[in-house]
Ligand binder design. Structure first.
Ligand code: ATP
Length: 479
């Protein structure tokens, strides 16, 4: 969590467990995922034909499916299946005063140092040896000398830390002056706070209730990197749960556990997930508690999602600055109060990235290496590939297309005949397609097709009319 007021910004990275007790990442080398993502059309560098732009990535045909499926799974758990949470889609551009009130204009910054030989800039908390410093220590002018910090690239001397505001600025309207200065939102949460009253009144929700939102956020990160882990343009999936102050502690724990269960439920290995509770020195002054869900990425244990107990800070600040009464009246107890907020703040890019990494397997099959993405079927870009055993037989091809079109009404299904069947299976394994349907000569006689399971590679003969039921049953059973 980046706090905005009082305490300093980013989370000092978790102390990585002692080498010997540390769990191995799903993939030893991040490059394996980066190259798969590029080769198969999950993620491309943005504006690549112009040499790219740092820390912005584009999702290709498979990436956009995976990402949409992850967002849909989050929305299902956070909105669709809950009577107490409703959705919102607020603008990226907001009244500039929002960011003054929230504290972002004054405080949304990272401590940064600059190398005097190569002019590279680094976040202090990402320098080796500085990962565990408190917010105050990160801004201590003597910290570089005291810890002997050096430029991690060329070993050059580093400047004293200074603050660097992470908000992107732009101008609204035809005049570019201070009066027209606005910001690209650095988080989606503020859109929820300023709509609290509108949403509560129109949805007639009683506390406790929540507002969920998925959308773009922008941060001019000092040291972006690790592929889509830290980008300058990214998505957040945030939910703000409004509660009575006395219920906040219990709700915080309930949401912490639910959010961990969500990742596990969609297949992320339990051993590569952990909680990291923030120490008192890391918390913003208003924060009651904060815990990160961390994942063991190939580059260490890092935050995947933050769960924060924020007290009444957000609504009382906006109430005071806007003059709007943001209190809640409980008719049962006749009590007026500013709700407290428990926030769950996940990454719309970090989550798909995690599912992609954690699903990656290399297996030895009959002396050959098989690459499989063991993605949860609900998250897999394509659910089914329909493949002809003989593409020269028009009746076979035609039957393939009929089966595929029938499935396409509900799910992503593709047809492919551009290689031998063995190769086609491998291609689908590598992108995580849970089922391949093969139509052969016999299918024309007995009306049955073969359905191959990605993980077990077992094959089952299924009557043509039963294909849709077979797939849909397995898909919903997996959810
Ligand atoms: P970090 O310490 O990694 O910079 P943060 O503590 O600043 O993250 P929050 O402000 O709590 O992150 O944002 C909530 C979530 O938004 C994060 O858990 C992460 O999934 C996602 N997120 C934040 N910054 C980025 C980014 N630059 N690129 C991609 N995802 C991000």
């Amino acid at each position: 969590m980046r706090a905005t007021i009082g305490a300093m910004t980013s989370t000092p990275q978790a102390a990585v467990a002692h080498e010997a007790d540390d769990v191995a990442p799903a993939v030893a080398n991040l490059e394996t995922i980066v190259s798969l993502a590029k080769r198969r059309g999950f993620v491309f560098p943005s504006s690549e034909i112009y040499g790219g732009i740092n820390a912005v990535w584009d999702y290709g045909p498979l990436g956009v499916e995976l990402k949409n499926n992850v967002k849909r799974a989050w929305w299902k758990a956070m909105v669709q299946e809950r009577d107490d949470i409703v959705g919102l889609d607020a603008g990226i551009l907001m009244a500039p005063q929002v960011w003054v009130t929230s504290g972002h204009v004054a405080e949304f910054s990272d401590p940064m140092v600059e190398c005097s030989t190569d002019r590279r800039r680094f976040r202090v908390d990402e320098l080796p040896g500085a990962e565990d410093l408190s917010p105050a220590e990160l801004m201590d002018p003597g910290i570089v000398a005291r810890l002997g910090l050096k430029c991690p690239v060329d070993g050059g001397p580093l400047s004293a830390p200074r603050r660097f505001n992470l908000m992107f600025q732009t101008w609204m309207g035809p005049v570019q002056d201070d009066a027209s200065l606005i910001y690209l939102r650095p988080e989606t949460a503020q859109g929820i706070y300023v709509n609290f009253k509108n949403v509560r009144e129109t949805s007639r929700k009683k506390l406790p209730f929540g507002i969920a939102q998925i959308g773009k956020a922008f941060r001019n990160e000092i040291s972006p990197g690790n592929f889509v882990f830290r980008m300058r343009e990214f998505e957040q999936m945030e939910m703000q749960y409004f509660v009575h102050p006395a219920a906040a502690a219990e709700q915080f724990e309930a949401w912490r556990d639910r959010r961990m269960a969500w990742y596990e439920g969609y297949g992320v290995s339990k051993s590569r997930l952990r909680f990291r509770e923030h120490r008192a020195a890391e918390l913003a002054h208003y924060a009651k508690r904060a815990v990160d869900v961390e994942y063991r990425f190939p580059f260490g244990w890092k935050e995947l999602e933050g769960i924060h107990s924020r007290g009444d800070f957000d609504l009382s600040r906006h109430a005071a600055a806007s003059g709007e009464n943001l209190e809640y009246f409980d008719p049962a107890t006749e009590e007026h109060y500013i709700p407290w907020i428990v926030e769950t703040s996940a990454g719309g890019d970090r989550a798909p990235f995690t599912f992609l990494i954690d699903a990656y397997r290399e297996e030895e099959v009959r002396g050959e290496t098989r690459v499989v993405l063991a993605l949860h079927p609900q998250l897999a870009p394509y659910k089914v590939a329909v493949l002809p055993l003989l593409k020269k037989r028009p009746e076979i091809v035609e039957l393939c297309h009929r089966i595929k079109s029938d499935l396409q009404r509900d799910i992503m299904a593709v047809y492919d005949d551009t290689a031998s069947i063995g190769k086609l299976y491998r291609r689908q394994d590598e992108i995580g397609t849970p089922w391949c349907i093969t139509v052969d000569v016999e299918s024309l006689e007995d009306g049955a097709v073969t359905i191959r399971d990605r993980d077990t590679m077992t094959q089952e003969r299924v009557p043509r009319e039963g294909v849709r039921r077979f797939i849909m049953d397995r898909l919903s059973g997996a959810g």
